[in-house]
Design a protein. Structure first.
Length: 243
C-alpha cells in the first residue's frame, strides 16, 4: 500500500486534535461572554458589584451575594477552573446546567452546584434540578444548623428540587478533604455529558451522578460571602464522561 506523506496525515489529524483542546471562558481582561445577576443591584441604590478583575483574575468579593453567568449555553463539556481562597477560606460554588435565574429564594438559579465551601468542596447541590448518585441514602443531607434563614433556604431547596420534604438537596462528596490550604491553588474539573456529571478536585474523584434532570445550560460562579480568586476558567467539548 502506498504511504501517505506526513504532511497529508497531519492535515487529517490536526483538526481532530485541535477540537479536543480547552478554550478560555475568561480572557483575563474583561467580562466579555459573561453577565452578572446580583439581586441587591436591582434596588436602585449604589451597590458595588461582587465581581471584579484583578491581576488578570476573576475575583469574587464577600458581598453582595450573586452569580457571574456565561452568556452561552453549554452541553457535553469538561470544565476546568483554578481557584483559591486568598485569605480566610469560606464559601463559593461553580454551577453547571444553569437555566432559570433566581429560582430559589429569589437568588439561586436553577442548576447543579459543585460546592467550593471550605471543607465541603466537591459536594453537589441540587437547585431546582435533581441527580442520582451511588449510596444516596447515606450521602444525602446537610449539616444541622440553627433555625432561621438557613432552615428557610433548606426547606425551599428541598421543595423545589423535586425530591420532596423527606430528602435533602446536598449530595456529600465521596472522599475526605482534598482541598489545599488558603493561599494555594485548587484545580476543579467538572465533566457533564448526557445526563452524567463527574467531579475531580486536585486530581481526586470527589463526586459523580447520573440521571440528571438537566443536560445543558449556562455556567456560573457564585459570590457567597467570601473573597475567592479564579485564575483560570476553561472548557473543552467532550462526547462522554471519563471512565
Amino acid at each position: 500500500m502506498k504511504k501517505l506523506p506526513v504532511i497529508v496525515i497531519m492535515i487529517f489529524i490536526l483538526p481532530v486534535y485541535a477540537a479536543a483542546q480547552f478554550h478560555l471562558l475568561f480572557n483575563g481582561r474583561d467580562f466579555t461572554g459573561w453577565h452578572m445577576d446580583v439581586p441587591a443591584m436591582d434596588t436602585g441604590k449604589i451597590v458595588k458589584p461582587p465581581f471584579i478583575i484583578r491581576n488578570g483574575m476573576i475575583v469574587l468579593l464577600a458581598g453582595p451575594y450573586g452569580h457571574l453567568i456565561t452568556d452561552t449555553v453549554y452541553q457535553n463539556f469538561r470544565l476546568r477552573v483554578e481557584y483559591r481562597f486568598a485569605a480566610v477560606p469560606g464559601n463559593s460554588g461553580v454551577l453547571v446546567h444553569v437555566s432559570a435565574p433566581r429560582e430559589i429564594n429569589k437568588m439561586y438559579p436553577k442548576s447543579i452546584e459543585v460546592q467550593l465551601k471550605h471543607n465541603n468542596a466537591g459536594d453537589l447541590w441540587c437547585i431546582g434540578e435533581n441527580i442520582t448518585a451511588p449510596d444516596m441514602e447515606n450521602r444525602r443531607g446537610y449539616e444541622d444548623k440553627p433555625k432561621g434563614m438557613y432552615s428557610s433556604i433548606m426547606a425551599t431547596l428541598k421543595r423545589w428540587s423535586g425530591m420532596g420534604e423527606s430528602k435533602q438537596s446536598r449530595i456529600v462528596k465521596l472522599t475526605g478533604n482534598t482541598e489545599k490550604p488558603a493561599g494555594e491553588w485548587n484545580t476543579l474539573i467538572t465533566e457533564c455529558a448526557g445526563n452524567n456529571i463527574k467531579v475531580w478536585l486536585n486530581g481526586s474523584l470527589v463526586n459523580y451522578g447520573y440521571n440528571c434532570t438537566a443536560t445543558k445550560g449556562q455556567i456560573a460562579l457564585q459570590a457567597e460571602g467570601c473573597e475567592v480568586e479564579f485564575r483560570k476558567v476553561e472548557l473543552m467539548q467532550i462526547t462522554k464522561i471519563t471512565e
